[in-house]
Design a protein around this ligand. Sequence first.
Ligand code: SF4
Ligand code: SF4
Ligand code: SF4
Length: 263
Amino acid sequence: MNSQIALIQNIDALLPQTQCGLCGHRDGCLPYAKSIVAGEDANKCVPGGQPVADALADLLARPKLKAEESVWPIQSDGRPQRMKAIIREDECIGCAKCISACPVDAIIGSGKLMHSILTDLCTGCELCIPPCPVDCIDLVEDTKEIPTEIIRIQEQNDLRQRYYSHIQREEKRSIHRKGPIVRAEIDTELFAQFSAHTSNVPEIKRIEKAKPTVIQQDAKTTIELAKLRTQIKKLEKQLSVREDANKRTQLDELNKQLTALGA
Ligand code: SF4
Ligand code: SF4
Ligand code: SF4
């Protein structure tokens, strides 16, 4: 294994593995680790906070920088407050968009059925919130005890494994995808390269895609979905002011169409 790959792995081992993208790297911790080796500042991991920024500075023998600030208060271990997502299940329309968006596969449910979050696995990365068309996902403080260093490293290793499994599954689904594409542009090449060098993650095999057909279909679906969402929002706004049986029926019908397109 060459020394650059080893250094990227050592940096990645210090990163929280929430794959949240708050460092500016949409595909998560590994691309940020790679970019740090290429010279990017090592203080940008928001959930890692000051402890991770300092640990990276030590590893790389670089000056210590102030960590990128989080919107959440700082816990006693110097990291930002851990959060969890929860679905208001009675409002969930079962569109399954959140499933594809969750990098660690912490959401269960199938098309047209209510979805739930496996709280123990959720990192509070917030990536499931924007794709939810009915805005029924909330973030709450994680009230569990702050993990010890050993438990945190175990958690990080589990999350890394789950993310690689997620990438491999999404890679396969991208060929005969029926569900919504929420986060389809993960650079699988980088992860495939590292999975071949890392013993404790599933190996990622890249799959050749028939791109032109898939892109055309997706664009059509995306436009259709956007139209439906606009109509739904309008109706919901009107219904929040005054109940109307006809409008309620229309809304139900539109939600069914939305679910059918997303299924
Ligand atoms: S956990 Fe840190 S390094 Fe990983 S994606 Fe989020 S901000 Fe980036
Ligand atoms: S359930 Fe949502 S907040 Fe929790 S890990 Fe998955 S995407 Fe992130
Ligand atoms: S994106 Fe929202 S509405 Fe769709 S399944 Fe997930 S929680 Fe339910």
